[in-house]
Write a protein that binds this ligand. Structure first.
Ligand code: SF4
Length: 223
């Protein structure tokens, strides 16, 4: 049986992580053993939230939307904001979630918002099916009464970071602005602030802001 909680907990697709016979060095699998990806083939690896210990991308799609809309993960009586549920790798990439031994995900709740009601998910990948995101964006928007200026905006990125990545700088830059192509494209560059590439994944730094801009502008077409 598949569950939403199981979808949240899915492991990275880092090929080195999944091939212990050929690549024993993996800090996520065996803490302290090193990282085979750094200096290796990195096309699918993250450019945001990385550390010297791990550059593995969080692979899921669903959570990208949950992060954009401030969902909460319920662990029995304990509740954690979904953004805090996923941990950055830092020096301990083997610790991926803020879940304690014995805890189980019992529910996910998503607060109602006007932005969630006008939303989209844009996923760009190497082939059309059975492929993880090279870059994706979950976007929700609420317009002011004039139907042109942005009242609320939610933006989260998938496929480019070590955890689902909320792009708050893009949101803040566009709130109160008229949805217009140049403004949106300029603000979307903020999505990738602080990005670090490892060679073959450099294209994600170019791609991610374009995916964000395209998703936001698409919301304008449906206004
Ligand atoms: S990127 Fe992370 S998961 Fe992949 S080999 Fe390095 S430590 Fe392991």
């Amino acid at each position: 049986m598949a569950t939403i909680g199981g979808n949240l907990m899915q492991r990275t697709r880092c090929p080195y992580f999944r091939d212990p016979a050929n690549f024993p060095a993996c800090n996520k699998r065996t803490p302290g053993s090193g990282c085979s990806a750094i200096g290796g083939v990195t096309r699918g690896h993250a450019v945001l939230g990385t550390s010297e210990a791990c550059i593995a991308t969080y692979p899921g799609d669903l959570v990208t939307a949950l992060v954009a809309f401030d969902a909460t993960v319920h662990l029995g009586d304990r509740q954690v904001a979904v953004d805090d549920f996923f941990l950055l790798p830092g020096a301990t990439p083997d610790r991926e979630h803020a879940i304690a031994p014995g805890e189980v995900i019992t529910a996910i709740s998503i607060p109602a918002s006007a932005a969630a009601q006008r939303s989209t998910y844009l996923k760009v990948r190497d082939r059309q099916s059975y492929e993880f995101a090279a870059a994706s964006a979950a976007v929700g928007i609420e317009f002011e009464a004039d139907g042109r200026r942005i009242k609320d905006l939610r933006v989260a990125l998938g496929g480019v970071a070590t955890k689902p990545w909320r792009a708050r700088a893009v949101e803040e830059a566009l709130k109160g602005k008229v949805l217009e192509s140049d403004t949106v494209r300029r603000a979307s560059l903020l999505a990738i602030e602080g990005a670090v590439d490892h060679g073959a994944n450099h294209y994600k730094i170019e791609l991610a802001p374009r995916v964000v801009a395209r998703a936001i502008l698409k919301m304008g077409e449906t206004a």
